[in-house]
Design a protein around this ligand. Sequence first.
Ligand code: IFM
Length: 456
Amino acid sequence: MMPERTMNADLDKFPEGFIWGAATAAYQIEGAWNEDGKGESIWDHFSHQPGMIENGDTGDVACDHYHLWKEDISLMKTLGLDAYRFSMSWPRLLPDGRGRVNQKGLDFYSQLVDELLKAGIQPLVTLYHWDLPQALQDQGGWPVRDTALAFTEYTDLATRHLGDRVKFWATFNEPFVSAYIGYLEGRHAPGHKDLGEMLATAHHLLLAHGWAIPIIQKNIDSAEVGIVLNIGPQVPASDSDADKAAARQLDGIINRWYLDPLAGRGYPDDVVQHYSLPLDFIQPSDMEAIAVPIDFLGVNYYTRGVVRSTEIPESDNAPRVIFPNLVKTEMGWEVYPEGLFDTLVDIHRDYSFPVLYITENGAAFPDHIDADGAVNDPQRVTYLQEHLLATARAIRDGVPVRGYFAWSLLDNFEWAHGYSKRFGLIYVDFQTQRRVLKSSARWYQQVISGNAVVDA
Ligand code: IFM
């Protein structure tokens, strides 16, 4: 935990032009899973199988944003957002993954962008936030190289249609999560558990990113392009060599496996050795393509990892470090704002991407509507406050963080947890689709208008 402190006007001020935003993703909010010609995605498919999602929830309706997008944009306007990060649903545009275009899908995003711009809100589009067209999964999905090619066709279509109005483009959201949880742990779509598939997936996601960047730049003169990674420090649970090695390994698996190739260093040797599988899916010039220069790196930060070796029995290991006053969110994730500061400083020192955006940061807590109709979420306010103070400190130390996107604008479908975890600044009653601004939203509104972290 960061030490308690009061707000100080100078220290908590953000640079002029700092971008204040909020983020969502298509499958988590849109609903309308099979409306107006949309094709099935791997998340439609996965969530429709019994037992995959808590309470049997699905994204079929979600926040019904496909129909309520106007109301949602007016809420964004109320908050005073400078920018809104959302993802496009690939199968809404290309129901079969490639080829046949669904004009109604294009129209949906086109009108969304127009309305955002009318409200003075910059769109930042993520092209892929996990909802691969099922038709491509049926042909092998991400472990198959051709899927990366299909992604470039989708990128071309999306950027040709929206490039006159959308300047900020992120190719992928959290490729680690797509690859590791979807293809190795099996807790996310498509629910596979295969190390070889996971490695090929990770490579093809990065390759698709590398191939897509020049296409976006060709279609849009002034495009700002990047990719979004989930990054967090992985620290040893004790001073034992075994724990230190385990932490280093997890840092390699989660962070360096993506950062190193994007920065032109190839896959980290220590992790290649750890996997000890042939990486025979890598073809000549792939690594060069992946290392294409980008304008920004998006950083999604929620927590750190405290890592203990499983190689030696606990009794033989060094005494475990005790983390006092450990506060957790409803996800069971430690609240550790200092980790955001460390992450920003470390990435800047080790990789020097031109600009960093915090593309996601936020917390799930068990919110409810009080008798007076209000939703009070002081824990979320504290979480956001502390993380913003950490961000301000990193900026003062020279890290080029240019914007912050709270996760999430709305309570939404939290993947395998369904609707049981609420991350929103705005409460959603999933029975009625009524939206209620939480106290954190009101607080964020003041932060944005003052361009500074303020007291609750
Ligand atoms: O909801 C997710 C989001 O889709 C990706 N980043 C983490 C969030 C919270 O788990």
